[in-house]
Design a protein around this ligand. Structure first.
Ligand code: ADP
Ligand code: MG
Ligand code: ZN
Length: 632
């Protein structure tokens, strides 16, 4: 073997050096790898040597007779006599490749002849096993190298197969979370609710020594871009606790079992760092209601969700770990997530009203140079329907516009232009036009005034024309003062008037009606029909119920409409009674609003300006101090 190598070296043409194997690269990259790698590396080196050896051997294959005649002619310089073949080199004078091979033939006189013609000769021991081994080892090694290369790619930046299960959650240490509540604006209610969480994280002992139950999970619900992520980080920043965050969507495209392992790992890490916050963004990606699917394609997500539920249950909130999550689609969440002991506290993070928008603009305007002519109040008024992220974007756009024009600061003109651009971009998100806002303002004012004027109803808590993320254009919220078990006929009639108040206000103010009242009309009609057919509240129809007994619904789907056991003529009388009740309610609403035409205009104007009016202010405007018992 030694001798064969010596020949190899001497006779190998430089151009035939085997190219360096690309497959070798991963080997030195695995420091601390198993001894297996070193063994593989060693074998690979051998393989290369052997390959070189193969190359060197190549050359002409001569018939044995020609070989013998060459020897006799004295043209052969040296030979290596192997077990099966003889390789050799001709003297330099010969043209072409000096190497040759010939198949060995039993020839006892060969040595004699070689000596006669002064040919250098060597024997070769056991070269054939090496050749055999190499011929299968080489492909195997090649496969190993390819395989390890792809596995590495799959491991990605994480550093290989082994760390798959490690949580991707980024850990912000306390210094890292610099966000404070003062960086968040326009979501005061949510902020106030979260202050309690901050207090608890700061001094968990104070709370646990009394034995109070601390909320385990807080779910931030609201349209995209309203600052949910920002708020969660602000809680960590205010409480100066570590903040572990990860996004639900990260879990979704993983191998089965990995997501669950990550959740487990995340909670172990969090426990070690308590008090701290674990924040799961986009919970809906992970926490969609579990479905029975024959395909089982949601296996991974459900395993992960189950693990999350299990961790939340087994978790002791007194240790000071608060789990926060955010979603903009609360309706798709698995109900199991919202049970007590899990995300039992829900905080609404809604789009800001006009004052909130001004505050948010002020926060973001701090980061750019603003010219003195800029009035953020005006900008806020022009950006109805914008969420916090839209406003941050607006300031940035304006700054870019100003910079492009080589201005030293952002001027009002830049902001105006940025608004126009963004609104065009938001068109898909349906930002209301001025006319639509006026209609909605009158509509909601109508509801609110009727609700305030008629007696015996729940007081109005808030009116809003801030466009919601969830469809409604505005709302009038009534909050009950006490639990009610019984409603009188007058109560129901008044309720109908309130529902029809929106439509009535539109009629009075614009002499035109819109589709905005569809939901009101539906609810009102349902109530009126129930008054006639279920509660026996119609004098004309008498105290009879005309409804068939209600059946349990199937999967929350209403059963196909089934009419009660009454005659066609009765059905017509029922319809007539429903119409009468609706008409009376509509008339009452219109009368109330016509008598207060000025109040209606005033309230609508105020609503357009402020977008949100609290119940107290409403009552001052309507002046409901005097009793108003003239109806019915
Ligand atoms: P969400 O998580 O609700 O979709 P983010 O918290 O990610 O929204 O908001 C994105 C960015 O928009 C924030 O980093 C911040 O700059 C800005 N922003 C959103 N809401 C507010 C707010 N209420 N106050 C100040 N800035 C906000
Ligand atoms: Mg977010
Ligand atoms: Zn309405």
């Amino acid at each position: 073997m030694r001798s064969s190598q010596s020949i190899t070296k001497e006779h190998m043409p430089a151009s035939k050096q085997p190219p360096s194997r690309p497959g070798r690269r991963p080997l030195p990259r695995s420091p601390g790898g198993s001894p297996l790698w070193y063994a593989a590396g060693f074998l690979l080196v051998l393989a290369i040597v052997q390959a070189v050896f193969f190359v060197a051997r190549s050359g002409r294959t001569l018939p044995y007779s020609e070989f013998k005649s060459l020897v006799r002619a004295g043209k052969v310089a040296e030979v290596v006599v192997g077990a099966a073949e003889i390789r050799g080199a001709l003297k330099a004078a010969e043209a072409g490749s000096p190497n040759f091979t010939t198949v060995r033939i039993e020839d006892p006189k060969l040595i004699e002849e070689l000596e006669q013609h002064a040919v250098e000769y060597t024997g070769e021991a056991a070269s054939s096993w090496m050749t055999d081994v190499m011929s299968w080892l080489f492909p195997v090694l090649f496969l190993i190298v390819i395989w390890s290369f792809f596995f590495r790619r799959m491991g990605g930046a994480e550093g290989g197969v082994m760390s798959f299960a490690r949580s991707k959650a980024k850990i912000y240490s306390e210094d890292d979370v610099k966000v404070k509540f003062e960086d968040v604006a326009g979501v005061d209610e949510a902020e106030n609710e979260l202050k309690e969480i901050v207090e608890f994280l700061k001094t968990p002992k104070k709370y646990t020594s009394i034995g109070g139950r601390i909320p385990k999970g807080v779910l931030l619900v609201g349209p995209p871009g309203t600052g949910k992520t920002l708020l969660a980080r602000a809680v960590a920043g205010e409480a100066k606790v570590p903040f572990f965050s990860l996004s639900g969507s990260e879990f979704v495209e993983m191998f089965v079992g990995v997501g669950a392992a990550r959740v487990r790992d995340l909670f172990r890490q969090a426990e070690a760092k308590a008090p701290c916050i674990v924040f799961i963004d986009e919970l809906d990606a992970l926490g969609k209601a579990r479905v029975q699917s024959p395909i089982g394609s949601h296996e991974e997500r459900e395993q992960t969700l189950n693990q999350l539920l299990a961790e939340m249950d087994g978790f002791d909130a007194r240790k000071g770990v608060i789990i926060m999550a955010a979603t903009n689609r609360p309706e798709v969440l698995d109900p199991a997530l919202l049970r007590p002991g899990r995300f039992d506290r829900q905080v609404l993070v809604d789009k800001p009203d006009i004052r909130g928008r001004e505050d948010i603009l002020r926060i973001h305007a701090k980061n750019v140079k603003i010219a003195p002519d800029v009035e953020l109040k005006v900008v806020a008024a022009r950006t109805a329907g914008f969420a916090g992220a839209d406003l941050a974007n607006l300031v940035n756009e304006a700054a870019l516009l100003a910079a492009r024009r080589d201005k030293p600061a952002v001027e009002m003109k830049d902001l105006e232009e940025a608004i126009d651009r963004l609104i065009a971009g938001l068109e898909k998100k349906r930002v209301m036009s001025d006319k639509e806002r006026r209609i909605v303002a009158y509509h909601e004012s109508g509801h609110a005034i009727v609700a305030t004027v008629v007696p015996g109803l729940d007081p109005v808590h808030k009116i809003s024309i801030v466009q919601r993320g969830f469809g409604a254009l505005g709302y009038t919220m009534q909050l009950p003062l006490e639990d009610r078990y019984l409603l009188t006929r007058t109560d129901l009639q008044n309720q109908l008037s309130v529902l029809l108040g929106g439509r009535s206000a539109e009629e009075i103010a614009f002499e035109e009606i819109s589709t905005g009242a569809q939901n009101d009309l539906q609810r009102a009609t349902d109530i009126a029909r129930a008054m006639v057919t279920e509660y026996g509240m119609s004098d004309a129809m008498g105290a009879i119920t005309y409804e068939p007994t209600r059946r349990p619904t199937f999967l929350n789907m209403p059963m196909p409409q089934e009419r009660g056991p009454y005659a066609e003529e009765t059905a017509q009388r029922i319809d007539a009674e429903v119409t009468r009740i609706m008409t009376e309610a509509h008339e009452q609403a219109r009368r109330i609003l016509r008598e207060r035409r000025q109040t209606l205009d005033q309230l609508a104007a105020r609503l357009l300006e402020k977008e949100v009016i609290e119940g107290d202010e409403l009552r001052v405007i309507v002046g409901s101090g005097r009793p108003c018992g003239s109806q019915r």
